[in-house]
Design a protein around this ligand. Sequence first.
Ligand code: XIL
Length: 331
Amino acid sequence: VPAESALKDIFAEDFHIGAAVSSNTIKSQESLLTHHFNSITAENEMKFASVHPEEELYTFEEADQIVDFARKHGMAVRGHTLVWHNQTTDWLFRDEQNQLVSKAVLYERIRSHIQTVVGRYKGDIYAWDVVNEVIADDGDQLLRTSSWTEIAGDEFIAKAFEYAHAADPNALLFYNDYNESHPSKRDKIYTLVKSLLDRGVPIHGIGLQAHWNLFNPSLDDIRAAIEKYASLGLQLQLTELDVSVFRFEDKRADLTEPEPGMLEQQAEFYEAVFKLLKEYSDVISAVTFWGAADDHTWLSDFPVRGRKNWPLLFDERHRPKPAYYRLAALA
Ligand code: XIL
């Protein structure tokens, strides 16, 4: 068991400290997870394709294991995610002739999905990422084009929140997205969420995924995003924080160890970020890392397959990295 002070204690006055887990890492990272974190998110196990591969088939075994783990260790659980363009089985959008279904059919299917999944974990999952990544990255278009928009314009977004609220009136409902601190996307996210609020749609928070790197975004852009979202009167959570050592455009694949200085630079970035987040602890209720340690992170496969990255606070053997010590000093 690691002896160092627990992240969840260091930030006890500020926010929950979470980690994304899988049905494997709740075993391979058990002592790290239970020592440092008081919240978890299933990295993949609650996504549409994982729990509902066929219309008549729900597969909850791995999701259940994760919820049981949290219950056993007294951890909070965030649910991820109900409406998304990825990791969603195509049957949802298609009829027997493989044509796109009508709006009415799509709504009935997603209503029933949300009722079943949110209903199953009522009382265990306190917050759901109801709608994930619907905003377009580039250009003037507000929404990304997907089967969702092709069938249902933009109305499916409000519907999803209404169905989730009906399934569990106590759950906190989030809109979640990445590039959330980039000024133009930030403004689009703000516009979408404001229009939902203006229409009385039940939404309680904005999830800032926070897939960041040593060069991006700037602290000023992070601050501006927090201020703008908070002005809507909603709570904010960082839902998928990691700090890649590579710029997104950097496709080098030959590094087997971090370059000199990289982990120190990462420590400085993490320290500056958490100092800033602490200033906003009245609106930020949780900070979840997208993984617990560098032995298991999606950045080993994205955007360059098989390339090592060192984005988290603990190394491949679960030892604290320089960034951990900087955060511990903020206690
Ligand atoms: C990622 C998982 O970490 C990977 O294991 C999976 O292969 C792809 O999805 N935004 C999200 C998360 O909302 O669900 C994604 O998770 C990372 C980007």
